[in-house]
Design a protein around this ligand. Structure first.
Ligand SMILES: Nc1ncnc2c1ncn2[C@@H]1O[C@H](COP(=O)(O)OP(=O)(O)OP(=O)(O)O)[C@@H](O)[C@H]1O
Length: 341
């Protein structure tokens, strides 16, 4: 990607994750490579079922080895995380890598006060005194924008709104100032105003702690507002990677262009939204060869797609899978002069 020459914080190389279904393994993530640097937000975007969460949980070492087969490398600060055992991972999760999940209610313990839940991660990873931990809890609650930290610290999750609960999850994730934060759909369950506030909190934290952030979302609006780099994921593969400017101003892969076209435009409220026909294939029905998106753009001739599509470097870190983008068009955009791209 664009900043490949800088030292990366996270360097994922050729990672595949396959789930055991019946007697066979099926790839949910296929040969994914990415880098994240300090002070950078990488958004991973794609429809539901494209493998975004599986990739995040692979990086975090959260898969059951009995049911999953993982290959490739997840290099983080000089260590290949895929070689760690559970004990090794436990030393990194919460301390060096923080994770923010989509559903704050299920991630919080309903029976414990907020302060105790935030302190837990500090008790596990640090030798802070109780007073230091308490002070840090109040500092964190301030940092994530809680108005009355002393009061909130003593409350239980059910006494808080959805937006406040998500702020608590963020406070837990950043308690030990991790270098990398993985946020999986952190704003999906929240209304638009709260979404914007939570994204602001994430951006502030990234600036303050110089953390790298992986932001997983299906919402291109969130990507445009927040990300520096973008990876577009379809059916387990990255189909396009680049800076936010490259992806939004010069999208190449048909899937990226379809996603962008299906994005609601603020100034274009009356236009009908473009709908991408068809569905993301299930793991057992994943095409073995050819561009995986090809069945959803049937008007593009088969010959336009590579048999085994690879990533092509368009320069300045802009990568696109398959050369079919060169012949892609939307049928309703054909005019007399030819194709309007
Ligand atoms: N434990 C599992 N066993 C078998 N298949 C799984 C498992 N977890 C996920 N999958 C399948 O892997 C594919 C990718 O799922 P994943 O949840 O990673 O996608 P996603 O892009 O994060 O979607 P969402 O936004 O809905 O979470 C899907 O086809 C899903 O059904």
């Amino acid at each position: 990607m664009a900043s490949e020459n800088k030292n990366s914080l996270l360097d994922v190389k050729g990672v595949s994750t396959a789930f055991k279904i019946g007697d066979n393994y099926y790839d949910a993530v296929s040969d994914v490579s990415l880098q994240v640097h300090h002070d950078e937000i990488l958004a991973i975007v794609g429809e539901s079922g494209c493998g975004k969460s599986t990739l995040a949980t692979t990086i975090m070492g959260l898969h059951d080895p009995e049911e999953t087969r993982i290959s490739g490398e997840v290099n983080f600060e000089g260590t290949d995380l895929l070689k760690l055992d559970e004990n090794g991972y436990n030393k990194i999760r919460g301390l060096k890598i923080g994770m923010i999940f989509q559903d704050p209610l299920s991630a919080l313990n309903p029976l414990k006060r907020i302060e105790d839940q935030i302190q837990e991660v500090m008790i596990y990873h640090t030798k802070m005194t109780e007073k230091q931990r308490h002070d840090r809890v109040i500092e964190l609650l301030n940092e994530v924008g809680i108005d009355d930290p002393q009061r909130t610290a003593h409350q239980f999750p059910h006494q808080l709104s959805g937006g406040m609960r998500q702020r608590i999850i963020i406070a837990i994730a950043i308690a030990c100032k991790p270098d990398l934060i993985i946020a999986d759909e952190p704003t999906t369950a929240l209304d638009v105003t709260i979404q914007a506030q939570i994204l602001d909190v994430l951006r502030d934290i990234q600036k303050e702690n110089h953390a790298g952030i992986i932001l997983i979302t299906h919402d291109l609006g969130v990507v445009a507002e927040t990300a520096d780099q973008v990876a577009v994921m379809y059916a387990g593969q990255f189909v396009e990677q680049g800076s936010v400017e490259q992806i939004f101003n010069n999208p190449k892969h048909p899937y990226t262009r379809s996603l962008l076209r299906s994005m609601p435009q603020r100034d274009n409220e009356r236009d009908e939204l473009y709908v991408i026909s068809g569905m993301v294939p299930s793991l057992q029905r994943m095409p073995k060869t050819g561009d995986r998106f090809a069945p959803r753009i049937p008007w593009i001739p088969a010959a336009a797609h590579e048999k085994n599509p690879v990533m092509h470097d368009l320069g300045s870190g802009h990568l696109v899978r398959c050369t079919c983008y060169k012949q892609f068009y939307f049928p309703d955009q054909v005019n007399k002069e030819g194709l309007s791209q």
